[in-house]
Design a protein around this ligand. Structure first.
Ligand SMILES: NC(=O)C1=CN([C@@H]2O[C@H](COP(=O)(O)OP(=O)(O)OC[C@H]3O[C@@H](n4cnc5c(N)ncnc54)[C@H](OP(=O)(O)O)[C@@H]3O)[C@@H](O)[C@H]2O)C=CC1
Ligand SMILES: CC(C)(CO)C(=O)C(=O)O
Length: 297
């Protein structure tokens, strides 16, 4: 008798949700359900079309396309949350119908810090995997996704003291095996909060700078002599907060992030894309949350 499928729900089927839905769908073990919102009609009718600089062209036909986790009427092994982190506390009640406290692992793929907390509060005994992605993806039309060549993700546990750590690690290893089958670039890391904060150092600078100026990264840096020092100053302020909270980040990160941006083609940012599309932007999770954390100055 063959094994039952690995039931995966992707919640937040935008650019990043669709990209990782594609990656996960490469595994024959996976049975993929997606919760779609504004792209529901397109994805229900035509699936997800993806063009990737690394993976080529693909057409993903999820097993089910639904409007809510409740509509799916089942529990899942993995619920992958790739929605915009705008009303983070509003999402656990939305995915609750798909969560079985003993069976389900929640996987968060978002920018920001503190993203995991509302999920831990609502599901105190559930394993949470936290992911930081550097993949560049857009959804220019509903259900049509373009991925650049930029592809990297760090993944780690948001450790749960209520659970056995070996069992949590087994979930992490299993999910990682699904990512590996989809041939995406990723690393398992021991303390994902380091990578979350490193990414927020990047996003706190580039997302507002490209949104406020409507310039790409390189045009901004070339716009005046003050642009590079100002960008570095923003990054330093976020590192100051991280260090005050005991997250081990060194100031040389700024040089590494500068090397990274100069190696890349000029970028806008997901925040600028949202602004240009008239969508809400992730202000609090990227800019507001770090100074709000209890104990930070
Ligand atoms: N795009 C990129 O290149 C990168 C994005 N990220 C991060 O990944 C995450 C997802 O971004 P991205 O895929 O670009 O975003 P998109 O806007 O493309 O997709 C977000 C999806 O989530 C839905 N959604 C938005 N807000 C909520 C909410 N409050 N509750 C439920 N569903 C919601 C949207 O529905 P609807 O269509 O109806 O708006 C959409 O389906 C963000 O945290 C972003 O910062 C990280 C690295 C790179
Ligand atoms: C794609 C990338 C890395 C570019 O800054 C990003 O994180 C974003 O746009 O939010």
């Amino acid at each position: 008798m063959s094994n039952p499928p690995v039931e995966v729900l992707v919640y937040g089927l935008g650019a990043i949700g669709s990209f990782y839905a594609f990656i996960l769908s490469c595994s024959e073990e996976v049975r993929l359900t997606v919760v779609a919102r504004s792209n529901y009609d397109a994805v229900k009718a035509n699936g997800i079309k993806i063009t990737s600089g690394n993976h080529g062209e693909h057409h993903v036909r999820p097993y089910r396309v639904v409007k809510s986790a409740a509509e799916a009427g089942q529990k899942f092994d993995y619920i992958v949350c790739a929605h915009k982190a705008i009303d983070q506390s509003g999402v656990p009640p939305q995915i609750e119908p798909g969560v079985d406290a003993a069976r389900t692992t929640i996987v968060i793929i978002q920018n920001g810090v503190g993203n995991e907390e509302p999920f831990r509060e609502s599901f105190p005994t559930t394993t949470i995997l936290s992911c930081v992605t550097w993949s560049g993806v857009r959804q220019p039309q509903p259900g049509v996704v373009t991925h650049t060549k930029s592809e990297d993700m760090q993944i780690g546990l948001y450790p749960n003291k209520a659970r056995d750590s070996a069992a949590e690690t087994a979930r992490l290893t299993h999910f990682a095996s699904l990512l590996a089958t989809g041939k995406t670039v990723f690393q398992i890391v021991p303390n994902i909060q380091v990578q979350r904060w490193e990414k927020v150092v990047w996003n706190a600078a580039w997302n507002p700078l490209t949104t406020l100026t409507l310039m790409d990264s390189h045009s901004w840096l070339n716009s005046s002599e003050g642009a590079t020092p100002m960008t570095k100053k923003v990054m330093k302020e976020v590192i100051d907060v991280a260090r005050a909270l005991g997250v081990p980040i060194e100031y040389e990160l700024i040089d590494r992030l500068f090397e990274r941006i100069l190696r890349m083609p000029p970028i806008g940012s997901s925040m600028r894309t949202d602004y240009e599309n008239g969508k809400p932007i992730e202000v609090d999770i990227i800019l507001g949350y770090p100074p709000l954390i209890k104990g930070s100055s």
